[in-house]
Design a protein around this ligand. Structure first.
Ligand code: ATP
Ligand code: MG
Length: 412
């Protein structure tokens, strides 16, 4: 788990503000759910056979002897909240969330145990067009951030019936080639054979090159639906590549599954992953409701943004640095700083006490264009001296109680 220090948070705020802006433009509303849920929500909502539920959750008994889990992802909680508060009876929901998620994984660059996601969920939207719109929001947001070349990879998982069919074919094929499978894949062969498709193991990958394909097992209706999504992306000029091995880790996906990857992130290449999960609302006790969503990993996004050839946001400098010394002046400086902040100015107040020369050095380092000097002399005259730090303007004496005039001058 990682601390984000002030030098990091600027970049995070930029990402968050950009996401917020894009969601607002697209009429997507924010939802905030608790970090802690009953364990059973994730077992039902994600599936016991997945890596996330099988080995990555932070689960414990609370003092009331209930099994609780720190949320490993956002979708199950959003659906639970939507059901609990009857949101789905009010028509389709276009929602987004953001915040920390927890998975007990092996930490490495772009993979942490507490990490952060921003995610979108469309509940009650089933048309292929909504898949396209959801993907476009993620794509445009990433493009706007300027994170460099990205690739959208897409697959269709078809319906549950399509997959039952395919699962049998795939398991039969893999059983016949057991000897070539890695240990992880052998384990998945019983529990979650489709996950073998995105194995990173070289020998398994080689074997899969000759395996029957999911795309060939899709019903004509599923294939047609997938084509409509692809057409939509073409219309929006969003480039994509079909990746028939893309299956995604969670059980509840159907039809469209997609990932947005960068080639600058090493093994942790996926910045955004998502897909359609028409079965989840039903599985969590609601009436069957189509849905599609995605989640962005903020750590990976920030890694991309922080690369040297990209723009770091310029740190926000204060409008004014208040140099102050002497008991009366220091008390007045606190009042002045607060009054100016109420006018919307960024004001940095020197802790005081130190010699003026020392305070001026700090004022200079702050980057503020102006210093306000408040010593005993100014204070006893009811005045404050405004000193330009980076321009040739002359010093200006202002009345200490005319904050309005001072604010106007500083913002000019
Ligand atoms: P991966 O294959 O990298 O483990 P995943 O399929 O487990 O990803 P999702 O559950 O789809 O990931 O989560 C969506 C996004 O959240 C990922 O694409 C990634 O950017 C980010 N993410 C997932 N797990 C982590 C983690 N442990 N640390 C940092 N980011 C993560
Ligand atoms: Mg994972």
């Amino acid at each position: 788990m990682v601390d984000l220090l002030p030098r990091d948070t600027e970049l995070w705020q930029l990402v968050e503000a950009t996401a917020r802006e894009h969601f607002q433009r697209a009429g997507v509303d924010e939802i905030r759910t608790p970090l802690l849920e009953q364990t059973q929500l994730f077992c039902r909502g994600i599936g016991a056979a997945t890596d996330v539920v099988g080995k990555e959750m932070y689960t414990f008994q609370d003092r009331g002897d209930r099994s609780c889990t720190l949320r490993p992802e956002g979708t199950a909680s959003v659906v639970r909240a939507a059901l609990e508060h009857g949101l789905l009876t009010q028509g389709p929901q276009r929602l987004w969330y953001g915040g920390p998620m927890f998975r007990y994984e092996r930490p490495q660059a772009g993979r942490q145990r507490q990490f952060h996601q921003i995610g979108l969920e469309f509940l009650g939207l089933g048309e292929p067009r909504s898949d396209v719109e959801a993907i476009a929001i993620a794509w445009d947001l990433l493009m706007d951030l300027g994170v460099g070349p990205l690739a959208l990879e897409l697959n269709s998982l078809g319906t549950a019936e399509d997959r039952i069919h395919y699962r049998q074919t795939l398991v039969a094929f893999l059983q016949a080639h057991r000897a070539d499978l890695d240990v992880d894949s052998l384990d998945r062969l019983e529990r979650n054979p489709l996950r073998i498709l995105d194995s990173k193991h070289p020998a398994t990958q080689a074997l899969l090159a000759t395996a029957p394909m999911l795309s060939e097992a899709l019903s004509p209706a599923s294939q047609d639906r997938f084509e409509q999504v692809l057409d939509g992306l073409r219309t929006l000029a969003i480039p994509f590549r079909i990746n028939s091995r893309l299956v995604r880790g969670l059980d509840y996906y159907c039809h469209t599954a997609f990932e947005i990857t960068s080639d600058q992130l090493g093994a942790q290449a996926t910045v955004c992953g998502g897909g359609r999960y028409d079965g989840l609302v039903d599985q969590l006790g609601g009436t069957p409701t189509p849905a599609i969503g995605w989640a962005l990993g903020l750590e990976r996004l920030v890694l991309l943004l922080a690369q040297p050839d990209r723009l770091r946001p310029a740190p926000l400098k204060p409008h004014l640095y208040v140099v102050n010394r002497g008991a009366g002046a220091e008390a007045a400086a606190l009042v002045l700083a607060r009054a100016l902040r109420r006018h919307g100015l960024r004001v940095q107040l020197d802790p005081g006490g130190a010699a003026f020369s020392k305070q001026f050095k700090r004022a200079d380092r702050s980057g503020a264009p102006w210093a306000a000097v408040l010593g005993e002399e100014e204070w006893s005259n009811g005045q404050v001296l405004l000193k330009p730090l980076r321009s040739a303007q002359s010093d200006q004496l202002c009345a200490l109680d005319d904050v309005e005039a001072m604010a106007a001058r500083l913002q000019a």
